[in-house]
Design a protein around this ligand. Structure first.
Ligand SMILES: [Zn+2]
Length: 391
């Protein structure tokens, strides 16, 4: 069984330090490389699907969260306010309020919709230290977030388009959903009390799910405070479930922030996260792939292995060409041990480029794959193309 906490440290993905605090892991070089590959991929996927990217601060005034409803319904998961001068600031528990204000910053007409905003940004949760560990329960989350502001009649199509993006990303990442869950309101003060609003948003999500013909379960009490969610659940090796990707329909925050288009019409907010928080995603990827990531995600995509010291100059030149072609590559010099030992040490690297006397003379490399098979001489440009998520 792959435990992401053990494997993540072994692979140099992340670590923690009590001086920083529990639930606040930091990314080591291999982890930062994986994370950047995911960020670039998702950014490009969103760009190709009509999203505009924005950046907004990780904190805001307490009044912002009173307006959004977080203060009334979500305060127990938020860090306490920080007093600066006469004002109070809060580390944000979500990106939605900032995006609502981005929407409100300009006049919007019907032809501006749907307006799809996306951001990879920090959000914070005041988890108690007792439940923290590894990358799955953290206090600082890098969230792939996005909000589609659309006319009511566009909402169903936008929910379905978001599910298309999620399914495409899961396919590329090598992830399989454990199940789809329609998460509904529960009892109590955690949920906005407006039954008509909930009926309306639930019916949009239910219709899309039925239309797509995918089985799903309905569960009460798992919705957001402002609306229902389609949650795409993943499971760890022990069968413990967590939510990765999500799509939500929200009539509440457009009301609270008095969002408008075409003078008086009220837009709908479709909240969606294609891959969720990067911490949870990478924890899951470590467990699913056991460290043998797809080539486009691998921290090191190519390792250059000279047979002996005589091939060192040719190996160095090959490494330079790999790096220039965009590959994350490194050298395993001959003085680090036998070829077999060096291959074992780099067994998770997708492309192992062996340089013997023949290859040194030709300026090429014999490519060995992770499963031990030989791919023959492959041009570096082709390896680089195979190591990109969009080819
Ligand atoms: Zn949101």
């Amino acid at each position: 069984m792959n435990d992401h906490r053990r494997l993540g440290r072994e692979l140099g993905i992340f670590d923690t330090d009590p001086l920083i605090g529990s639930g606040l892991p930091y990314w080591l070089p291999a982890g930062a490389a994986v994370r950047k590959a995911i960020e670039d991929y998702v950014h490009e996927l969103e760009r190709r699907n009509g999203y505009l990217h924005v950046n907004s601060p990780v904190l805001g005034k307490r009044e912002l969260y009173e307006r959004s409803g977080h203060w009334a319904h979500y305060a127990e998961d938020m860090f306490p306010p920080m007093r600066v001068g006469g004002e109070e600031f809060v580390l944000r528990p979500s990106l939605c309020p900032h995006h609502a204000l981005v929407y409100r910053s300009r006049q919007r007409s019907h032809r501006d919709l749907p307006l799809r905003l996306a951001e990879l940004g920090g959000m914070y949760r005041s988890e108690l230290s007792g439940v923290l560990g590894g990358l799955t329960r953290v206090r600082a989350i890098q969230l792939n977030d996005g909000h589609v502001f659309c006319a009511p009649e566009q909402a169903a199509a936008e929910v379905s388009a978001a599910l298309d993006l999620i399914e495409a990303a899961h396919d590329r990442l090598g992830i399989r959903a454990a199940r789809y869950r329609l998460s509904l309101r529960g009892d109590g003060e955690k949920f906005v009390d407006d039954p008509a609003m909930w009926r309306r948003s639930e019916s949009v999500l239910r219709d899309v799910l039925r239309q797509r013909g995918r089985p799903y379960d309905e569960e009460h009490g798992e919705g957001a405070f402002y609306g229902p969610k389609i949650d795409i659940q993943i499971a760890d090796p022990a069968g413990r479930e967590a939510t990765l990707s999500t799509v939500q329909v929200d009539y509440f925050q457009p009301e609270r922030f008095d969002l408008r288009y075409a003078g008086g019409e009220r837009p709908v907010m479709v909240h969606r996260s294609v891959v969720g928080g990067l911490e949870r995603l990478v924890a899951h990827l470590i467990e699913v792939h056991g460290g043998a990531f797809p080539a486009w995600l691998a921290p090191v995509q190519a390792v250059v292995l000279p047979l002996s010291d005589a091939e060192s100059p040719a190996a160095g030149e090959l490494l330079r060409r790999c790096v220039a072609a965009g590959l994350r590559a490194e050298l395993a010099p001959a003085d680090r041990g036998s070829l077999g030992a060096r291959i074992r040490a780099h067994r998770l690297v997708p492309y192992q480029l062996v340089v013997g006397p023949r290859e040194a003379a030709s300026g090429r490399a014999a490519v060995r794959l992770r499963d031990g098979s030989q791919a023959g001489e492959v041009p570096i440009e082709q390896l680089a193309a195979q190591s990109r998520p969009f080819g």
